[in-house]
Design a protein around this ligand. Structure first.
Ligand code: G1P
Length: 271
């Protein structure tokens, strides 16, 4: 079982699929149930023992940092009013000084570039998690915990079977072998045409990555859509360094909360 101490949250995106709601509110601050998507993601990481949180964000999204900061005025107000339960809820989303890093992805060059922006704050030689908060996952055991329990090194991605005609929305795994809920992947293709999809297993937004992936992140060239793709860093790390490449077919339901439909479906579970 792998203990992961650091998690990276790529949260610099413009949320264009959710406009106009996301014109002034970051998509990661959209509420699912009773809390913002980004808080669900952070709580999932905390559940797995993560102690260091790296948010790769942009200057026009100050509310994400504010959400996890200590708010003295608000806490004092709740203390004076005796609103203890609310106070506990507010404290639950306060990260300790030094636990969180907020760094900017200055140009929207792609997910691989976003993760590369976190490199200076990663712990040498330790694996780290990457969580895409708009992939909201409802599961009995949080998705990242399922992955940590199965992790023994190399690359691990969360995987889910999707209809073939959806292949163009995902990284799709090429499978060497599937044993139970673990896929031994031999490759991954970013957003293939359904005719070219090597399987129906899509990468969902949870990754455990080895520190050895850094050179692959630093040498990314534009890939699908002209972007620096995380998928391409996974491929080259696996192929060049023979690192194990596993897909964890997790138990649970995933909602694409970067889209209006997915977000509505996720919230309908709470009604
Ligand atoms: C990203 C990744 C893709 C992955 C998906 C999961 O795509 O590039 O490989 O399958 O997240 O949500 P995006 O949704 O940012 O286009």
């Amino acid at each position: 079982m792998g203990h992961i101490r650091t998690a990276v949250f790529p949260v610099a995106g413009l949320g264009t699929r959710f406009l106009p709601a996301t014109k002034a509110i970051p998509k990661e601050m959209m509420i699912v149930g009773d809390k913002p998507l980004i808080q669900h993601a952070v709580e999932e990481a905390i559940f797995c023992g993560v102690e260091r949180f790296i948010f790769v964000t942009s200057a026009n999204k100050p509310s994400i940092a504010a959400h996890f900061d200590y708010n003295h005025e608000l806490e004092q107000h709740l203390v004076i009013k005796g609103k203890h339960e609310t106070l506990e809820a507010v404290r639950a989303c306060t990260l300790e000084p030094g636990q969180a890093v907020f760094t900017y992805q200055q140009k929207p060059l792609g997910l691989g570039h976003a993760v590369a922006c976190s490199i200076p704050w990663l712990q040498p030689s330790e694996p780290f998690a990457v969580i895409l908060p708009d992939d909201y996952i409802q599961a009995n055991t949080p998705c990242l915990k399922q992955m940590c329990d199965a992790y023994f090194g190399g690359i691990m991605v969360a995987a889910k079977e999707v209809p073939l005609h959806h292949a163009q929305s995902y990284g799709i795994l090429a499978i060497h072998e599937k044993k139970g809920n673990l896929i031994h992947a031999k490759d991954v293709v970013e957003k293939p045409h359904p005719d070219d999809a090597p399987s129906r297993y899509a990468v969902i937004g949870r990754y455990i990555l080895p520190y050895s992936i850094i050179p692959s992140l630093q040498s990314l060239m534009p890939g699908t859509g002209g972007e620096l793709q995380l998928t391409d860093a996974l491929r080259s790390n696996h192929i060049d360094h023979k690192a194990p490449f596993l897909g964890c077919v997790f138990e649970g339901e995933r909602f694409d909360c970067g889209s209006k439909e997915g977000w509505l479906q996720a919230n309908s579970m709470f009604s």
